[in-house]
Design a protein around this ligand. Structure first.
Ligand SMILES: C[S@@+](CC[C@H](N)C(=O)[O-])C[C@H]1O[C@@H](n2cnc3c(N)ncnc32)[C@H](O)[C@@H]1O
Length: 307
């Protein structure tokens, strides 16, 4: 079992401003690192912890064993948060945490197909019951769609060359495994890029994973629901790992907490703002945390509060 270290743990817990008798949501349970710290601080309160990954839920049990009486675990996509809470007859909550992306246990297991470091099937599904896999994206998507995904979700400079390399290769045979895809990517890149720092397939793998799990759409759909669920003084804390995710969070938080444009143009009957930004700039990991857990390097944490 790999060692899983929750990212920006203290900052996230402090950011939630936990009340002992409050109701909290952890929309991304993973191995339960953040959930455990929330549950520890509850007395009469409850934590509803959600993950779409069956394996993550199983693996979180041991970590959470002392607190299971305070936690309701639900296997579902967090985009269904409204109906999940409806079923539990919960109308609103005191705080919500979203720690986006893949967890280290998912990433480190070659059988899940998330990693370019070991050979495995081209899977990358967080939700094992979903039908779309990385195999389908790599072997069935058009040149245009592959280029768009690699560019938008991976910020890949050589998106077209890689997409073209994939499409040409699959005319001979399907791309079946992660390391076969790595080879196709490497062969599509100019030689000079291969000696650059960082793995040449990193951005493509990230992009394909985001597409397989429809990550950005799930986030967009869920933020509004989260904001509408918060009680007065309730907080939403989001940790993101990718510029596309952070942009979605930043834009939404600004939209609901700031008066955009000229203040003199605002009519007298203007509806007062319902949220205030707790973080003007995102909180990022310090050097000590980055050394301990390199994954935290790209993490950005933003907090907003209902007023
Ligand atoms: C970065 S990990 C969370 C780690 C967790 N905070 C911890 O301390 O162990 C993200 C988790 O969120 C889950 N996840 C990502 N997107 C999801 C979604 N749309 N619905 C439900 N779970 C999701 C993943 O399966 C993964 O287990």
């Amino acid at each position: 079992m790999s060692n899983h270290i929750p990212v920006l743990l203290d900052e996230a817990i402090k950011g939630l401003n936990i009340k002992q008798d409050g109701i909290y949501l952890d929309l991304t349970l993973g191995r339960g690192g953040h959930s455990k710290e929330i549950a520890k601080r509850l007395n009469k309160g409850k934590l509803i912890a959600i993950d779409q990954d069956e394996i993550a839920i199983k693996e979180s049990q041991n970590n959470l064993k002392d607190y299971l009486d305070k936690i309701i675990i639900v296997r579902n996509n967090f985009k269904n948060i409204k109906s999940i809470l409806n079923d539990l007859q919960i109308e609103n909550v005191d705080g919500i945490l979203i720690d986006l992306g893949v967890s280290s246990p998912q990433f480190d297991n070659p059988k899940r197909g998330f990693t370019y470091r070991f050979d495995g099937p081209l899977d990358m599904r967080m939700d094992q019951s979903q039908s779309l896999t990385a195999y389908d994206v790599v072997n069935k998507y058009s040149l245009q769609d592959l280029t768009k995904i690699l560019k938008e979700y991976g910020d890949e400079r050589y998106a077209y060359s890689i997409a073209n390399g994939i499409v040409k290769y699959r005319k001979q045979k399907t791309i079946d495994t992660t390391l076969e895809l790595v080879e196709v990517i490497k062969n599509s890149l100019p030689k000079k890029v291969l000696s650059n720092k960082g793995h040449p397939a990193k951005q493509s793998f990230q992009a394909i994973r985001i597409e397989v799990n429809d990550e950005l759409n799930a986030l967009k759909q869920t933020l509004d629901d989260c904001l509408s669920l918060l009680k007065k003084n309730g907080r939403l804390v989001v940790i993101s790992f990718h510029s596309g995710e952070d942009k979605i969070v930043k834009t939404k938080f600004n939209q609901v907490s700031k008066i955009i444009g000229n203040r003199l143009d605002i009519p007298d009957n203007h509806k007062p703002l319902e949220f205030k930004l707790i973080t003007r700039h995102p909180i990022i990991a310090d050097e000590k945390e980055i050394n301990l857990n390199p994954r935290s390097k790209s993490a950005k944490l933003r907090i907003i509060e209902k007023i």
